[in-house]
Ligand binder design. Structure first.
Ligand code: NAD
Length: 247
């Protein structure tokens, strides 16, 4: 389709799944990630419709420079997917939680998408573009010792509707909240296959795959989703709809 998408946290896992899906749909895709070494390799392997830009999404100067590089290279930006995160949901027990850890998680997972939106907004508005933020079902439910991650993703849902209102009608902004997605590499999956119980506990009968998230992101970025903005879409095989009583 000739359009340009910028995906953060793009060199592995769900981000890479989104990149592959968008390239298959004809997008030119910029992979943004803090992992520069892997980034150049992955982009090269994906071919001429993939381009890598290194950035720490929590650092405004790096975001500004990276977005400027993208505009210099392509001259336009049609879509932004904020997927980069410190994705390990667990922190120390509350009494030992370091403020530095809290700030780091909030910095990458919440401030990152704000900075990307800030520096991309004019270009997205120019092309009536769209933005998708990757949140988590942990914005709604928790296990013990996950305060920083849960708060960052809850904040991201608030940021999503705030941006939808500020950037509308030119830019649509939505969030996708994955549940358990097996985003490991094929090698890792082969080494430690998931149990039948892990799959069966899901109302949909299985753990999620990166393609489950990527398909929805691609739809939200397309004009077919033209009347959809400010929303959250949960992709969790029904887990957050399942009532659980142990006795
Ligand atoms: P992952 O850890 O495999 O990949 C995250 C990517 O983000 C990595 O490539 C990493 O280098 C990059 N990154 C980290 N910090 C960065 C920074 N400061 N600047 C730029 N890039 C940075 O994670 P994943 O499991 O693929 O998750 C992707 C997204 O989906 C995250 O937002 C995560 O919170 C969310 N999510 C994942 C699951 C799941 O089950 N995997 C569930 C719910 C939500």
């Amino acid at each position: 389709n000739g359009k340009v998408a910028l995906v953060t946290g793009a060199v592995r896992g769900i981000g890479l799944g989104i990149v592959a899906w968008l390239i298959a749909e004809g997008w030119q895709v910029v992979l943004a990630d803090i992992d520069r070494k892997r980034g150049s390799k992955v982009a090269k392997a994906l071919g001429s419709n993939a381009w890598f830009v290194g950035m720490d999404v929590a650092q405004e100067n790096q975001v500004a420079m990276g977005v400027a590089e993208v505009l210099g290279q392509f001259g336009r930006l049609d879509a932004l997917v904020c997927n980069a995160a410190l994705a390990d949901p667990y922190n120390s027990p509350l009494a030992e939680l370091k403020l530095g850890h809290w700030n780091q998680v909030l910095g990458v997972n919440l401030t990152g998408p704000l900075l990307l939106a800030k520096h991309c907004s004019a270009y997205l508005q120019a092309h009536r573009g769209a933005m998708v933020n990757i949140a988590s079902t942990r914005a709604h439910q928790s296990e013990p010792n996950s305060e920083a991650y849960a708060a960052s993703k809850g904040g991201l849902l608030g940021l999503t509707h705030a941006l939808a209102i500020s950037l509308g009608p030119d830019v649509r902004v939505n969030a996708v909240s994955p549940g358990w997605i097996d985003s490991r590499s094929p090698g890792e999956r082969q080494q430690a296959p998931l149990s039948a119980r892990s799959h069966a506990q899901h109302p949909a009968g299985r753990v999620g795959m990166v393609e489950d998230v990527a398909a929805l992101v691609a739809w939200l970025l397309s004009d077919r989703a033209g009347f959809v903005t400010g929303q959250e879409f949960i992709v969790d095989g029904g887990m957050t709809r399942k009532m659980i009583y142990l006795d």
